[in-house]
Design a protein around this ligand. Structure first.
Ligand SMILES: Cc1ncc(C[n+]2csc(CCOP(=O)(O)OP(=O)(O)O)c2C)c(N)n1
Ligand code: SF4
Ligand SMILES: [Mg+2]
Length: 206
């Protein structure tokens, strides 16, 4: 077993689904016997981006929405590396959406993990591109007017040859299986885990 964990204890809220994502990433890396020296992870900004402190692979804690551009550069510079990016729905589908589409169109061989908790959570629960229409959040007190983004449909329309999946974070076996398949896939791959933010997600149910 390869140890990918740093000595820092994760700081997610108790019950946060990011614990499941963190565990599934390690299981998938281990199943593929990926050496820490062959693996680089680019962390976006946000609750999930804070995972940067909890891994001891090569890593970059990038700017918000820029984890994919950094990953693309690394892969082009050193094709032998396994290159991943991980971020939230705000970073990957909002601030970084143009980079996601560019990477999918070019079919760059990187793997993207998206913790989709339907909110900007680190900043305490504003509307993101996946927040349901009508939801009252901190930034939409009268209800969200926008249709939520369906990333599987969007990306399939951009390039049908990529690996794109959306899975429930609570189904840990399915998450791990898809993470592993995405890492093995030759070409652009992305796995979204649908999550509930236990701290700010209640407003989506109101
Ligand atoms: C360019 C930029 N814009 C805005 C912010 C402020 N900011 C930090 S985290 C965050 C929300 C992150 O939401 P998401 O990407 O969904 O990640 P989550 O916290 O939900 O895991 C925002 C808006 C920032 N750090 N940088
Ligand atoms: S605020 Fe939400 S997403 Fe962030 S650590 Fe807490 S439960 Fe997880
Ligand atoms: Mg989010």
């Amino acid at each position: 077993m390869i140890n990918y964990r740093s000595n820092i204890t994760p700081t997610f809220c108790p019950g946060c689904h990011n614990f499941l994502v963190y565990a599934a990433m390690q299981s998938a890396f281990n199943a593929l016997n990926l050496k820490t020296s062959d693996l680089v992870i680019n962390f976006d900004i946000g609750c999930v981006g804070n995972m940067a402190d909890f891994f001891k692979t090569y890593a970059v804690h990038t700017l918000h929405g820029r984890s994919i551009t950094t990953a693309m550069g690394e892969k082009l510079a050193n094709p032998n590396l396994t290159v991943c990016a991980i971020g939230g729905d705000g970073g990957i589908y909002g601030e970084g959406l143009n980079h996601l589409i560019a990477a999918a169109r070019a079919n760059i061989d990187i793997t993207v993990f998206v913790s989709n908790n339907f909110l900007y959570s680190l900043t305490t629960g504003q509307t993101s591109p996946t927040t349901p229409k009508g939801a009252r959040t901190k930034s939409t007190p009268l209800g969200n007017v926008s249709e939520p983004l369906n990333i599987v449909k969007v990306l399939k329309s951009v390039n049908s040859n990529i690996f794109v999946k959306s899975v429930d974070a609570k189904d840990i076996q399915e998450v791990t299986k898809n993470f592993k398949e995405a890492l093995e896939f030759k070409g652009f791959s992305i796995v979204e885990t649908r999550q509930e933010c236990v701290a700010f997600g209640k407003q989506l149910k109101a």
